[in-house]
Design a protein. Structure first.
Length: 216
């Protein structure tokens, strides 16, 4: 059997540790739904997209909340393969009609929907900074329709003008979860990412450590 990204997420969602992560994140929140959690990392390739999708599956299983997983890593999206979807909506058209519900897709899992990244046209004129207002508009609209928002973003580093910056998005979310890959990401880089996020108004509520092995 091919071990696809979708299968990886399904396996992740079965792990007892994943349920503990979700319970821990939930306990950090001091407000009633709707809640918005941003998932990011200090560097690329630390597992934040798999965490976002897996937590979405787990949150939806409660059956009493409407959950939306959002891919805001617009220039390097990775959430859609987890659910067998393909990006198909245009950001500029959304800017004109603000019809978010028409761009949200079912995940195939009850109570869980997905907003994939848009299909962006290659242009040297477009930048992540120009899209920051649209990203915040999307989150504001989504709060009116869902109980739980899980937002997958780019990593904090390396920053560049073509990214939808998590430092900007984080201030529009209720909490930020950082994913760290053990033995790969330098501790100083993780600390720098935390400082940059918190300086912008984001609330870093916790860290999920991937590939950690006890020495016991």
């Amino acid at each position: 059997m091919e071990f696809t990204e979708k299968k990886i997420v399904q396996v992740f969602s079965e792990l007892a540790e994943a349920n503990r992560i979700l319970a821990g994140i939930t306990s950090l929140m001091d407000r009633q739904p709707p809640v918005c959690w941003m998932i990011t990392s200090a560097a690329w390739g630390e597992g934040k997209t798999t965490l976002t999708a897996g937590l979405g599956l787990l949150a939806a299983r409660s059956g009493d909340k409407r959950v939306l997983a959002i891919d805001m890593n617009w220039y390097s999206p990775g959430l859609h393969p987890c659910f067998g979807l393909t990006p198909a909506w245009d950001l500029q058209q959304y800017a004109q009609d603000k019809n978010l519900i028409g761009r949200i897709r079912p995940s195939g899992i009850p109570h869980l929907d997905v907003l994939t990244a848009p299909v962006l046209k290659e242009s040297g004129e477009n930048s992540g900074a120009e899209y920051a207002g649209l990203a915040r508009e999307i989150l504001n609209q989504a709060r009116q329709m869902y109980d739980v928002l899980l937002v997958d973003t780019a990593s904090v580093f390396p920053a560049n003008r073509r990214m939808t910056d998590p430092v900007v998005i984080g201030s529009a979310c209720d909490a930020t979860i950082m994913v760290v890959l053990t033995g790969v990401t330098p501790r100083q880089q993780v600390k720098q990412a935390q400082v940059r996020l918190e300086s912008s108004g984001a609330k870093v509520a916790g860290v999920v450590v991937n590939n950690w092995k006890s020495r016991m």
